[in-house]
Ligand binder design. Structure first.
Ligand SMILES: Nc1nc2c(c(=O)[nH]1)N[C@H]1C(S)=C(S)[C@@H](COP(=O)(O)OP(=O)(O)OC[C@H]3O[C@@H](n4cnc5c(=O)[nH]c(N)nc54)[C@H](O)[C@@H]3O)O[C@H]1N2
Ligand SMILES: Nc1nc2c(c(=O)[nH]1)N[C@H]1C(S)=C(S)[C@@H](COP(=O)(O)OP(=O)(O)OC[C@H]3O[C@@H](n4cnc5c(=O)[nH]c(N)nc54)[C@H](O)[C@@H]3O)O[C@H]1N2
Ligand SMILES: [Mo]
Length: 708
């Protein structure tokens, strides 16, 4: 028996990008385990991935191209050859282009795999070359990143490994143990060294349970808290005057602004007692090194961007950056010298392309946006919009359109794929090679291919080579091998790759970027922020240019700065939908609904697989505070309906005092099959953009819950 081990990297859209070792016996992967040598991920895999071989060999896998042979959405498919699949797509696309123009084609994608060559941008060159409608993908951290760049620039921020040196750690809207769990050992070590851990979250999550102090906050009100912290810090002169003078701009204006946000005001907004706000501000300012780790969830509200602006100002105010383990951690992705333009090829885009934000998919498909030409073809890969995007009812209606030609490349017949005219089989991470950045640590990873593709599955790179050829493209850039693409995707001359070769990364599976060691690195001890002024900008210079979307999220088209003025100082924008801001709405829909990540799913991945659904619960649960449940006569396990004017879904009630009164939680990622009536939480979410970066507002909603 031939047994080998292959080092790779987890493909998922998660900060941790774990190093994995696959044991292969006679060409079959028999085990997928964590790589104990990796300094950050340290050999442990999460509940989602520690049986990845079961995903790979699942009998539900799509292994061959298929065409639809029944009504849309009924999952009746028949196997066809790749030749037939590609020819069908090319013929339909060419006819659509001839009749309506290429903008009638809409690509839809995100980070099904995070690999540099198979991930976010793999289809962009083709669709840009065709002149298809451009998809703007501002799902995840676009608002937060925009705010972060406005304040401190594209810095990796605090090395997550430096947290062992922190003495005061705030996990702000971040459920580390579920969503970034390999960071936890560093936090635990800091705690052993005497650090205090504070978690700010409406929910007593498994992370909050292990905190020294869990501060429960009303969803969407975090900016009021951050500004009131500034108020106290400035008023009580807990600022670091020297750091402010040398390395920040706009302090006087910020102080004037913060003066208007009293702890009393913040208390009314957030539900946090005044004395707790004051104590948090004092402790944070006087327990160096103090560090904040911001979760993505903080952005999913009307004022999410300005919330991150406010939080990002805090470390500058108290000079937290002077210390190893002090400052702010958001996405260290900025450290990776990925050549995004080489991957997405914005230069191929015709002038003035139509841009559609992913949040408006439903409205685009139903015709509500009045598109001319209308969308006649949809190509989905690396994404599952039926499960993960707002206006689910409209998406469904759109996907049911007889005249819409839908192609989906997938591992499984997801809630989206079931509406496809053509389904294409995609390889999993074990069946493909890729190079990986991380948004949770500073290691570049390489995923070696462990096994041959199953059935006729192909990597996304190969899929797009086949499509390009069928569409008559001859430019050799479209036909590079995976190895050539990997080589070209990074700037190997970058200082952070000095001394690192591709061969070494391949052999070992990972390499730490050439950054200073986490034990004595304070990236902004001496300022040097990558902003226009080189300083931490309390008052933002680029805000003057109008609202923009951070690079990575905008898709290379002209017009990233839309001219809507942004207040250059951080401020509080109350939720669109809350008891305080929308009392008439709240009279009918008094509960705030949030849909954070599920521990056992990765977005909607694994929502169909036995091990993970067993852990998460087979059926969608909605968690209510005991008072809210009792008031409605709802006991644990009762079937319930969650609804507002936009729609409804049905679930089972879980009753727990972990949830703040007035808040209900629907863990995200469940498929329609796990919901009692097919619809999921996105039947209720709004399509409105948040204040910055065209981020979503899907946790900014009021609902009512009733017993069925
Ligand atoms: N297990 C698991 N891990 C994942 C994912 C997954 O689906 N499952 N998804 C990955 C992806 S794509 C992402 S973007 C990251 C996201 O990582 P996180 O940002 O940690 O994810 P969330 O679970 O959405 O939100 C974190 C916490 O914020 C809280 N929260 C919600 N609204 C507010 C608010 O207004 N204020 C405050 N202070 N807290 C709030 C929620 O209750 C939740 O506990 O996780 C990644 N990792
Ligand atoms: N209610 C609610 N909605 C949310 C969120 C939330 O917390 N709550 N989170 C938002 C966030 S942060 C994010 S990042 C988005 C995620 O939104 P999506 O990226 O659309 O969600 P995923 O469920 O990760 O879907 C990825 C799909 O890609 C497929 N896939 C995996 N690998 C490959 C591959 O190599 N090739 C191909 N062709 N397909 C592959 C997977 O099987 C999966 O079905 O959702 C957003 N929507
Ligand atoms: Mo995300």
């Amino acid at each position: 028996m031939a047994r080998t081990t292959v080092v790779g990297a987890c493909p998922h859209d998660c900060p941790d990008t774990c190093s994995i070792i696959t044991t292969v016996e006679d060409g079959k992967a028999i085990a997928v385990r964590g790589n104990p040598d990796h300094p950050f991920t340290r050999g442990r895999l999460c509940v989602k991935v520690n049986n990845y071989e079961e995903r790979v060999y699942s009998d539900k896998r799509v292994l061959y191209p298929m065409k639809r042979v029944g009504p849309k959405g009924t999952k009746q498919f028949q196997r066809i050859s790749w030749d037939e699949a590609i020819a069908t797509i090319a013929t339909r696309w060419k006819a659509i282009i001839a009749e309506h123009g290429a903008q009638a084609i809409l690509p839809y994608s995100y980070l099904g795999t995070q690999g540099v060559i198979n991930g976010l941008n793999v289809g962009d060159p083709l669709f840009n070359k065709l002149g298809a409608t451009v998809l703007e993908r501002t799902f995840c951290d676009s608002g937060s990143c925009t705010a972060y760049l406005l304040t401190i620039g594209h810095t990796p921020g605090v090395d997550p490994e430096s947290f062992v040196h922190s003495k005061y750690i705030i996990l702000w809207a971040c459920n580390t143990l579920s969503t970034n769990s390999h960071h936890w050992p560093f936090i635990e070590q800091a705690k052993k060294n005497g650090a205090k851990l504070v978690v700010i979250d409406p929910v007593k999550t498994r992370t909050a349970r292990l905190a020294d102090w869990h501060i429960q906050i009303r969803p969407g009100t975090d900016a009021a808290l951050a500004l009131a912290m500034m108020h106290v810090i400035i008023k009580e002169n807990l600022v670091d005057r020297d750091y402010i003078d040398k390395h920040t701009v706009g302090f006087d204006e910020l102080a004037e602004r913060a003066a208007t946000y009293t702890p009393e005001f913040a208390s009314q907004e957030t539900g946090i007692p005044v004395e707790d706000i004051v104590k948090l501000a004092r402790d944070y300012a006087t327990t160096p090194p103090a560090v904040v780790r911001i979760g993505v969830a903080v952005e999913r509200h009307a004022g999410g961007g300005q919330t991150v602006r406010a939080i990002a100002c805090l470390p500058g105010l108290i000079g937290a950056w002077k210390h190893v383990g002090g400052g702010l951690l958001q996405l260290p992705i900025w450290a990776f010298p990925v050549k995004w333009d080489v991957l997405m090829r914005p230069d191929l885009q015709p002038e003035n392309m139509r841009v559609l934000n992913s949040w408006r998919l439903g409205a685009a498909l139903t015709g509500e946006l009045g598109f001319d030409p209308p969308i006649k073809a949809l190509f989905v890969y690396n994404a599952n919009p039926m499960a993960m995007v707002t206006e689910q009812d409209k998406i469904e209606k759109g996907l049911e359109r007889e005249d819409l030609f839908t192609v989906v490349s997938e591992h499984f017949i997801t809630d989206t794929a079931k509406y496809a005219d053509i389904v294409l089989p995609a390889t999993t991470q074990l069946e493909q090679k890729d190079i990986m950045f991380s948004w949770g640590h500073l290691y570049l990873s390489y995923n070696n291919q462990a096994i041959e593709p199953l059935g006729e599955a192909v990597p996304n790179t190969e899929l797009f080579r086949r499509l390009a050829k069928a569409m008559g493209i001859t430019d050799p850039a479209f036909f590079r091998t995976d190895d050539e693409m990997i080589e070209a995707a990074l700037d190997w001359s970058s200082p952070v790759l000095q001394g690192i070769t591709l061969d070494e990364v391949k052999a070992k599976g990972y390499s730490r970027l050439a950054m200073p060691a986490s034990d004595d690195w304070a990236p902004h001890r001496d300022g040097n922020f990558p902003t226009a002024t080189g300083k931490c900008e309390f008052k933002s210079t680029i805000a003057a240019g109008g609202n923009f979307v951070a690079p990575l999220f905008r898709q290379g088209y002209n017009g990233d700065q839309d001219g809507t003025p942004i207040d250059p100082l951080p401020h509080y924008i109350a939720p669109n939908e809350s008891v305080r801001t929308a009392p008439a709405l709240a009279a009918r829909y008094p509960l705030s609904l949030i849909s954070p990540k599920s521990h056992a799913f990765l977005n909607s991945n694994y929502g169909n697989l036995p091990a993970q659904t067993a852990q998460a619960g087979e059926e969608q649960a909605v968690i209510l505070n005991p008072d809210d449940a009792a008031f409605r006569g709802i006991e644990a396990g009762a079937p319930i309906r969650v609804f507002n004017d936009r729609g409804s879904f049905e679930a089972y009630a879980t009753v727990s005092s972990d949830i703040m009164a007035g808040v209900v939680v629907a863990p995200s990622g469940y498929w329609q099959r796990s919901n009692r009536k097919g619809a999921t939480v996105h039947a209720l979410t709004p399509p409105a953009f948040a204040d910055l970066g065209r981020a979503p507002t899907f946790s900014d909603i009021l609902v009512q819950v009733g017993r069925l």
